[in-house]
Design a protein around this ligand. Structure first.
Ligand code: BGC
Length: 724
């Protein structure tokens, strides 16, 4: 390869998304491909247009190296599934994997080799707009969802021909942006980085994610795009991961803005040295790396390594042998929005719904007792919002909106509807008309919240309150004193204390994808008992964040008694509004017969913790059984609770099942004082519960020996066995 051909492999260019897909692939662009100046395109799609482009690379360029085609296929390609924070609410990694598998089947049929997903950043400050794209606040839950997605996208833990390559992003602490302001500095301790932010990445690396993407931001002043210690040192050398590292959009050039590079050439040099292989869109490797590598033999060697890593994934995906494998137009027509894909989207959407509140058992609704329903709220007819902010090739006309879903579910009931108010503006003029309908109806279903563009990248918000027009609409509808069910749509935990005080029934629907309306109707009318659980707590006010259930023990543990001076706000209760793991059901569950296989746990051994869960409430329903642990005395103050196991269990009315969690001592390792995973001898407390705020049974055991751990504890999976 000539130097130019090598540099060309490192270049990723955009094919055009904001105007029309593939719109930038004009003659000049084809010429670049012909001369070997491009290694990959993003924001492209379509079996046929991409076949033409691939042919130019394979047949008309000197070396015939195939291109890599990428897109953000985040929660579906054409069949759009719930947004990631919603899918995390299923607490069912198997569902998350299924959704990713279907997305991969559609995307690979449409010419794509590579998705920029999963996003596995831990989000502990819901002001951060990208909370919607991840699995919430917890590293253990996050790691499980990360592994499920990598497995789903790639169809296994090594890349094979025909697979969709996954991207674990944004390595390593993008979600820790100070104040939740997107792109902001993360100023966190090494321990927090290792224990909280990195475990999902470790799990994704182990699961064989073919690529990683760096974060835009810096950690304590070191921009990740130039973080040699993190990228080359930790990820590649210590974790042994050898995949393709892509920059984020223009992040190589942004090293100049960060103030760690004087110019673009210096930025290129730093990024390559850190082991960034491909430059997404910025053009810095394309234009400024040549001068660097011609002057510095060390960089030239690193260039060769980067090229090799890019060629290796192309090889693994089968592109050298069968470059046209991803371009079967008939398969594309068959796959996109296939009936079984829609069915899966409906099933997973219902699993994602979280019943936050249900006073007086207002839900489920009995259609036999209702003559008329008013469906109020602009979001109830907003199909685009159900698709979320990364909709890939999702189309608004594919969406069953909430109004449509309800109308179809209860043909015998008169349905009226009005927008009332729209989250995008402060116009309240539509409220009187909505109130008129609400007054005339037996029951109101009020859908309020954020639209798709109020969360997502660069959509951080300083307030977690409902947009003002939404709250005002809710106040006035609720003031009528008639039965109201509130449906929330949003991409982050919100501060809804006032609403929770006034509204008897609140259903969290996030943004549920193409089958949103059907899924919501299934839950409202009792065809399906909700069992989603919050993957992040809902605070009482914006000022209460960040708030995390898994906080370190302090010298003054929070106490409800205000006369004591403890770690709390004086003007708020010590609990969040809705705890991590919270979610109600139409049924009830008993937890009995807690047992443990041993009183002690040594290195290389396992301990089994079992409990019987019984559905005592008379309707079939799922329950999410959660295991929390605490190391009460260690050299380092440890979190008061940590999730270390969970299982979503299906239970018929009256049915009981035995759930067994099996753990190893390594799962109790913490980042020790010498910068190593350390398991200390001593007592471990554990609890089984229905949420972090609803612990039902507890026990203790003893770790017998102090020893080293080898991996981030939260990344290691607990084995779960369910028996009858
Ligand atoms: C985002 C990434 C995304 C990329 C390509 C960036 O702005 O941070 O998450 O994959 O754009 O669309």
């Amino acid at each position: 390869m000539t130097l130019d051909e090598k540099l060309g492999q490192l270049v990723q260019r955009a094919g055009g998304r904001s105007k029309a897909l593939n719109s930038r692939l004009d003659d000049a662009e084809l010429e670049r491909v012909r001369t070997g100046g491009v290694g990959s395109y993003l924001h492209v799609a379509g079996a046929e247009p991409l076949a033409k482009l691939q042919k130019v690379a394979v047949e008309e360029s000197r070396l015939g190296i195939p291109l890599l085609f990428a897109m953000d296929v985040v929660h579906g390609y054409r069949t759009i599934f719930p947004v990631p924070v919603a899918m995390a609410s299923t607490w069912a990694p198997e569902s998350q994997e299924r959704a990713a598998r279907i997305a991969a089947e559609e995307a690979t049929a449409a010419g794509l080799h590579w998705t920029f997903a999963p996003m596995i950043d831990i989000a502990r400050d819901p002001r951060w707009g990208r909370s919607v794209e991840g699995a919430g606040e917890d590293p253990y839950l996050g790691a499980r969802m990360a592994v499920a997605q990598v497995a789903g996208y790639q169809g296994g833990n090594t890349l094979r021909p025909g697979a969709l390559m996954a991207t674990a992003k944004h390595f390593g602490a993008y979600g820790a942006a100070i104040g939740g302001r997107d792109y902001n500095t993360a100023d966190i301790s090494e321990r927090t980085l290792q224990e909280v932010y990195l475990p999902p990445f470790y799990a994704a690396a182990r699961a064989g994610s073919g690529s990683f993407m760096v974060a835009f931001n810096d950690i304590a002043g070191v921009p990740t795009t130039a973080n040699r210690e993190l990228l080359r040192g930790l990820l590649r050398e210590r974790w042994g991961w050898q995949g393709l590292m892509v920059s984020d959009w223009g992040s190589v050039g942004e090293l100049v803005n960060h103030g760690v590079a004087a110019d673009r050439a210096a930025a290129a040099s730093l990024a390559l040295d850190a082991s960034v292989d491909m430059d997404m869109v910025g053009g810095v490797f394309a234009e400024d790396l040549k001068s660097v590598v011609t002057k510095d033999p060390a960089r030239l060697k690193q260039l060769d390594e980067a090229v090799l890593r890019i060629l290796r994934v192309k090889e693994q995906l089968g592109l050298f042998d069968k470059p046209m494998q991803y371009h079967d137009v008939e398969r594309e027509a068959r796959e996109l929005l296939a009936p079984d894909h829609r069915e899966a989207a409906r099933a997973i959407a219902r699993q994602s719904i979280v019943l936050l509140r249900n006073e007086g058992k207002l839900l489920p609704l009995d259609p036999g007792k209702l003559h008329s329903i008013a469906v109020i709220g602009a979001l109830a007819t907003d199909g685009l919002s159900e698709l979320g902010s990364w909709r890939a090739q999702g189309k608004v006309e594919d969406v069953v909106t909430v109004l449509k879903g309800i109308t179809a579910a209860v043909p015998g009931i008169r349905i009226s509807s009005a927008p009332g108010a729209d989250p995008r503006n402060d116009d309240l003029s539509g409220i009187p008309a909505a109130l008129k309908l609400a007054k005339a109806a037996d029951l109101t279903i009020l859908m309020i919240g954020e639209d798709f563009d109020q969360s997502g990248e660069a959509r951080s918000r300083s307030s977690l309150e409902l947009p003002p027009s939404q709250m005002e609409l809710a106040r006035r509808v609720l003031a009528l004193g008639k039965p109201v069910v509130v449906l929330l749509a949003n991409g982050r935990p919100l501060a809804i204390a006032e609403l929770a005080e006034k509204a008897p029934a609140i259903v969290e629907t996030w943004m549920l994808g193409v089958e949103a309306g059907n899924a919501v109707a299934d839950v409202l009318f009792g065809k399906y008992s909700p069992a989603g659980r919050l993957p992040a707590a809902f605070p009482r006010t914006t000022g209460a964040v960040p708030f995390n259930y898994s906080a370190n023990a302090t010298g003054r543990p929070a106490d409800p008694d205000l006369a004591r001076d403890t770690v709390r706000y004086h003007d708020l209760p010590i609990t969040p509004l809705f705890a991590f793991g919270h979610g109600l059901s139409y049924s009830e569950f008993g937890y009995t017969d807690l047992a443990q296989s041993s009183q002690s746990l040594g290195p290389g051994e396992r301990i089994d913790i079992s409990v019987t869960v019984e559905n005592t409430g008379g309707v079939p329903a799922d329950e999410v059984v959660q295991l929390y642990v605490r190391d009460p005395v260690a050299t380092i103050a440890r979190p008061v609770l940590e999730l270390r196991g969970f299982k979503r269990v299906e239970l018929g009315a009256g049915q009981r099942k035995r759930v067994t969690f099996s753990l190893t001592s390594e799962q109790f390792a913490f980042w020790g004082p010498r910068g190593q995973w350390l398991v200390e001898a001593g007592r471990i407390d554990f609890w089984i519960g229905a949420s972090s705020g609803d612990l039902r049974a507890s026990g203790v055991f003893e770790i017998t020996e102090t020893h080293m751990g080898t991996a981030p504890a939260a990344a290691l999976p607990t084995r779960v066995i369910v028996s009858n």
